[in-house]
Design a protein around this ligand. Structure first.
Ligand SMILES: Nc1ncnc2c1ncn2[C@@H]1O[C@H](COP(=O)(O)OP(=O)(O)OP(=O)(O)O)[C@@H](O)[C@H]1O
Ligand SMILES: [Mg+2]
Length: 319
């Protein structure tokens, strides 16, 4: 028997299903974009490499049951292409489903301890050879193990055959590739993006979150990994006028600037709970173009960058 999970879990390229076999529950994931057989096989290798690396690091991951390349269409020919099929054990509910404003602090501490503590110890170079996409839904609370585990391996964010990979098909835009490297593989970037993504979902927890992350890193003697949070021009700003000035001066969306726009959206929503829909609009216009056939694939359109700035600036003026 199989049943689709919530519709919002059907994303652009992957199809996720909860499958029950007897008393066992599994998650089936299919990466739906048809690839050549060799590209699909490479993708399989990259997923395995990223999993193996995180396992070696001691970062808990979902249990892999099966990973196979299969024809894109049952009974189809090679020309129809191939997809990647993954079965994992169902580990539990993700961060967004178990956490609310009351238990937030406790689960944040668990997330930091379970996932980031081993990761911090393992990362040696400026860029981790296997990365993390630190969005709350990628951390699932595994009840049996009593800890969070990481579940997101597509696209892999891994150093493979001499280069890093971030997207499928790969990011064609060097600026956006850098945004991905910053957010998935550069330790201070991963921590900053975790912070931004958490505040997006829990805007009221801004101060608690930065405080706990700072303490956690100090405790593990990795305070330098706090540098992108504390180095952000929005760190500890107090007024909409200051936010406006910072965003007015923003010339591009390169590297951390991409997340600065989102941090400003979070800041506004923290300042005024009524600005939640504005925050959502800002996240929407700062989304990377995902259609591989678009001339803007992998980029933020200039008009969207300007629009994001405009939304933030006009909100600041109205406060
Ligand atoms: N092993 C698992 N156990 C329990 N839930 C899971 C598991 N794997 C995935 N999920 C749930 O399904 C969601 C989507 O899975 P995953 O992150 O692998 O796919 P995705 O296509 O990358 O989605 P997104 O683009 O939203 O990150 C997760 O956020 C989580 O809620
Ligand atoms: Mg995911």
């Amino acid at each position: 028997m199989s049943e689709p999970i919530l519709p919002q879990n059907i994303t652009y390229n992957s199809h996720i299903q909860l499958v029950t076999v007897g008393s066992n529950k599994y998650i089936d994931k299919r990466f739906r974009l048809p690839l050549s057989r060799s590209d699909a096989e490479e993708l399989r290798q990259k997923v395995i490499l990223q999993r193996r690396s995180l396992d070696e690091a001691g970062v808990p991951t979902s249990e892999l049951i099966n990973i196979e390349v299969e024809p894109a269409r049952a009974g189809g020919s090679d020309e129809d292409g191939f997809i990647l099929y993954i079965r994992e054990r169902f580990a539990g509910l993700d961060f967004m489903d178990v956490v609310n404003n009351d238990n937030y602090g406790m689960y944040l501490d668990r997330l930091l301890n379970d996932i980031l503590r081993p990761f911090l110890k393992w990362v040696e170079d400026d860029y981790a050879k296997a990365g993390l996409d630190a969005i709350p839904r990628n951390f699932v609370y595994d009840n049996a193990r009593g800890q969070f585990c990481y579940v997101d391996f597509i696209p892999p964010k891994v150093f493979y055959k001499g280069s890093y990979t971030q997207e499928i098909p790969e990011c064609t835009d060097p600026d956006f590739f850098e945004v991905r490297m910053f957010s998935h593989n550069y330790l201070p970037g991963i921590i900053y993006v975790l912070y931004v993504n958490l505040i997006r979902e829990f805007p009221g927890q801004l101060g608690l979150t930065s405080g706990r992350i700072e303490q956690f890193l100090a405790k593990h003697k990795r305070s330098e990994a706090y540098s992108e949070i504390s180095g952000s021009p929005l760190y500890r700003v107090h007024s909409p006028a200051q936010v406006m000035e910072i965003i007015q001066g923003l010339a591009d969306w390169k590297r951390s600037h991409y997340f600065l726009l989102r941090e400003a959206a979070n800041w506004l929503n923290n300042y005024s709970p009524e600005l939640e829909s504005l925050k959502k609009d800002i996240y929407k216009v700062t989304s990377q173009e995902r259609d591989p056939n678009s001339p803007d694939y992998g980029r933020i359109k200039q008009e969207n960058f300007e629009k994001a700035k405009e939304l933030i600036i006009s909100a600041c003026k109205s406060l």
